[in-house]
Design a protein around this ligand. Structure first.
Ligand SMILES: [Zn+2]
Length: 284
């Protein structure tokens, strides 16, 4: 599943290749991909045709492209979604769901999604933050993110620290991989009760979350020079720099202790049992 740095790479690609262009036609090949646009594909296409994209924005893993009409095209990549910029003559992808042409007759924007968990919709009055995603907290790479407010809110929670990091109403865009990496760097166990964190602990954790994401973004950002905006859903380009995630049984880079994997919320948590000892009182 694409995590925030990958989605930010897509946003930058859209900013570069799509903003300022005027939509020609929109063709929906699979209605499930616009299921959140309840008025249907014709309505979806009518709201977009002839409109110009004015910006490319992101909150957490949601992307939106404001239009000169005041509406915005809102998108989520889900598990396998891709937004591709392709030459008009390029053959259709097997899982092409929505095609956008532009009045300049240049490259097309294509939404490709094998598993169709992602989707697109046109949101009204969405030049600022679309109402549908207003409940989602800013992410730590967002200039609007309030560090002091996050630290205070985290310490008021009564939950395990990793659950808090995955709570999109507290902080958005932190997926399983980046949570595990940031906790390892901070030497915190995932079940550590948030109410026992000092302000300094919480501040260090936030710093590591931001560092991990920024590093991933720098690595991922190298791939968008080409005329191809892509999220492959694998986070593959960051795998080499992971310290704990997916490394069960391998030695901890700090102390050599084998990395441990525990089941966590239908997924896994990876820790160094020595650097990140389980707290005596744990929150799940
Ligand atoms: Zn260790």
């Amino acid at each position: 599943m694409p995590e925030l740095p990958e989605v930010e790479v897509v946003r930058r690609g859209l900013e570069r290749w799509v903003v300022g262009r005027t939509v020609g036609t929109v063709t929906v090949f699979h209605e499930r991909s616009i299921r959140r646009h309840t008025a249907g594909p014709d309505h979806f296409a009518d709201l977009l045709a002839g409109r110009t994209f004015t910006a490319a924005r992101r909150r957490g893993k949601y992307l939106w492209l404001p239009l000169d009409s005041g509406d915005a095209l809102l998108g989520h990549l889900g598990m396998s979604g891709q937004l591709l910029i392709r030459p008009a003559e390029a053959p259709d992808e097997p899982h092409l769901r929505v095609r956008f042409t532009f009045t300049d007759r240049g490259s097309e924007l294509r939404f490709v999604d094998q598993r169709t968990f992602g989707g697109l919709a046109v949101e009204p009055d969405a030049a600022d933050v679309p109402p549908a995603i207003a409940h989602i907290a800013p992410d730590p790479l967002d200039p609007l993110f309030d560090d002091a407010a996050f630290v205070a809110a985290l310490r008021r929670r009564r939950t395990g620290v990793k659950r808090a990091l995955l709570d999109q109403t507290l902080i958005s865009g932190v997926g399983n991989i980046y949570a595990d990496e940031a906790l390892w760097r901070t030497r915190l166990h995932y079940a550590r009760p948030t109410e026992t964190l000092t302000r300094a602990d919480a501040g260090r954790l936030l710093g590591h979350v931001r560092d991990v994401m920024t590093e991933a973004l720098q690595v991922g950002g190298t791939s968008f020079d080409t005329l191809y905006v892509n999220v492959n859903g694998q986070s593959g380009y960051f795998d080499r720099s992971l310290n704990v995630y997916g490394r069960e049984g391998e030695p901890c880079g700090r102390c050599g202790t084998p990395i441990r994997r525990d089941p966590f919320m239908n997924r896994s948590s990876y820790t160094c049992p020595r650097c990140q000892p389980r707290p005596r009182r744990a929150h799940w």
